[in-house]
Design a binder for this molecule. Structure first.
Ligand code: SME
Length: 155
């Protein structure tokens, strides 16, 4: 078999999960597990989903890692809320330098938040925290943006 590389194989696995008969939250949880197991610098992996009633708030969805007090985040607050407003990936290589930041654990040093868009509208986000400074590469960003494109089909 042609070697698709690690990212390619993971994207294939993610497509399989998305197309499986699991409930949406189970699919999202499996993807959190898969990502966390495959990348040692992904210490907390979770989803925030747009509150369909309020429209301008995120609700914590399935996640893997330490529990967090941030179960609801208004658009504009923290790294997640800012990514929700801009609908663009927000990569913070050093969270201690980000003034609009909601701390979950003092262990977290860097964070990436990737929006999930459906027909151009925000439906959710993939949020990953790392205990390492400057943990995320451009390859990670490209890979995670592809993951979120695939996940758009779940909404
Ligand atoms: N740090 C995020 C809050 C969510 S936790 O990382 C799980 C933020 O600033 O929005």
């Amino acid at each position: 078999m042609k070697n698709k590389g690690r990212f390619g194989l993971l994207l294939e696995r993610i497509r399989e999960i998305v197309n499986s008969s699991l409930e949406r939250d189970e699919k999202l949880r499996s993807i959190c597990k898969l990502l966390r197991e495959n990348f040692s610098h992904f210490n907390w992996v979770g989803f925030y989903l747009v509150d369909e009633v309020k429209g301008d708030e995120l609700i914590l969805g399935p996640f893997e890692g330490e529990s967090t007090e941030h179960v609801r985040i208004p658009f504009g607050r923290g790294v997640c809320g800012q990514a929700a407003q801009t609908k663009k990936t927000f990569l913070v290589q050093d969270v201690s330098k980000e003034t609009n930041y909601l701390a979950c654990s003092p262990k977290v040093k860097s964070e990436i938040v990737v929006p999930i868009l459906k027909d151009g509208e925000l439906v959710g986000e993939l949020d990953i925290d790392s205990y390492r400074l400057s943990a995320f590469t451009e390859e990670d960003r490209e890979f995670l943006e592809k993951v979120c494109e695939i996940l758009s089909n779940l909404f």
